[in-house]
Design a protein around this ligand. Structure first.
Ligand code: PBG
Ligand code: ZN
Length: 325
């Protein structure tokens, strides 16, 4: 395979040839679209740090989910901003809670759309931490009990996939056991297995007002220097019953996605997080980069790294681009 006998440029000559030999293809089938649900009705409030993304009341979330479904996107993932926050985040497991209402409404309107729901407490606690605090520290095992209640209430509302995101030890076991005990053995778990303590979540925390009032999440989220630990976390979650494992964020962690997808024989999701979206939008807005090309290149890169599923705020936009190609 040497020049001049082999000339790699021969197969790069036309778009048709390039399409034929392309190794990684991006498809609308890969996408999960995140939605932020807030109390009220008729609410469609722009999130300033996530241009093009909104806080939706349940009725408007149904419209947004329908737009995603109409574009062929298979799934949405829901985040809730409750009416009232308290010390334990009790609205998270309320039968009439914001996410539970949204699950019911979306499943009713679009039964074939996969509805996933993020399960954590940072959006629900007045201190912004991902569970119950004792002596200022996150109390792992006490928080697991509330997580178990929360995922069961999501299952009762008709969710397809629960997505525990707190990085608590034993969080998948807590979800699987409580779901099974309540007769929801068909409800899948997508575990935030390797979720790094990351500055890339900044815009998300503005969207759900979940910035911790003191301290940070480095006691439970992963240190960004580590990759072997990510594989360890993912294998523990699979042993505990995870159906899908996730790496998050995506772009600074493509090697982690690769390692997890090589080592773990389970579907791998990558979360293309808020800060990654915001950087592209900010630069595109100024005309510094070409949004269309950057979005497709970025999402293809995440797939090439080994992700089967991409959770992305660009889902609707990318689905439109793919449809017109
Ligand atoms: C926690 C959660 C976070 C994100 C998803 N689930 C934020 C955090 O840990 O502070 C981040 C998503 C994003 O930045 O797009 N419930
Ligand atoms: Zn959290």
């Amino acid at each position: 395979m040497n020049y001049p006998d082999y000339r790699p440029r021969r197969l790069r000559r036309t778009e048709g040839l390039r399409r034929l030999i392309r190794e990684t293809r991006l498809s609308v089938d890969d996408f999960v679209y995140p939605l932020f649900v807030v109390p009220g009705s008729g609410v469609e409030k722009p999130i300033s740090s996530l241009p093009g993304q909104f806080n939706y009341s349940v009725d408007k979330a149904v419209d947004a989910a329908s737009r995603a479904a109409d574009l062929g996107i298979p799934a949405v993932i829901l985040f809730g901003v409750p009416e009232h926050k308290d010390a334990v985040g009790s609205e998270a497991w309320k039968d009439g809670g914001i996410v539970q209402k949204a699950i019911r409404a979306i499943k009713k309107a679009r039964p074939n759309l996969v509805v996933m729901a993020d399960a954590c407490f940072c959006e629900y606690t007045d201190h912004g931490h991902c569970g119950i605090l004792s002596n200022g520290e996150l109390d792992n095992d006490a928080s697991l009990e509330n997580l178990a209640r929360t995922v069961v209430s999501y299952a009762k509302a008709g969710v397809d996939v629960v997505a525990p995101s707190g990085m608590l030890d034993g969080f998948v076991t807590a979800c699987r056991e409580s779901l099974d005990e309540d007769g929801h053995e068909q409800i899948a778990i997508m575990a935030y297995s390797a979720k790094y303590a990351s500055a890339y979540y900044g815009p998300f925390r503005e969207a759900v007002q979940s910035t911790p009032s003191s301290g940070d999440r480095r006691g439970h989220q992963m240190d960004y220097g580590n990759v072997a630990e990510a594989v360890r976390e993912a294998s523990m979650d699979v042993a505990e019953g995870a159906d899908i494992v996730m790496v998050k964020p995506a772009l600074a962690y493509l090697d982690v996605i690769r390692a997890v997808s090589d080592e773990i024989n389970m579907p791998v999701a990558a979360y293309n997080v808020s800060g990654e979206y915001a950087m592209i939008e900010a630069a595109a807005e100024r005309g510094w980069i070409d949004r269309e090309r950057i979005v497709l290149e970025t999402l293809t890169g995440i797939r090439r790294a080994g992700a089967d599923i991409i959770i992305t705020y660009h889902a609707l936009y990318a689905a439109q681009l793919l449809a017109k190609r």
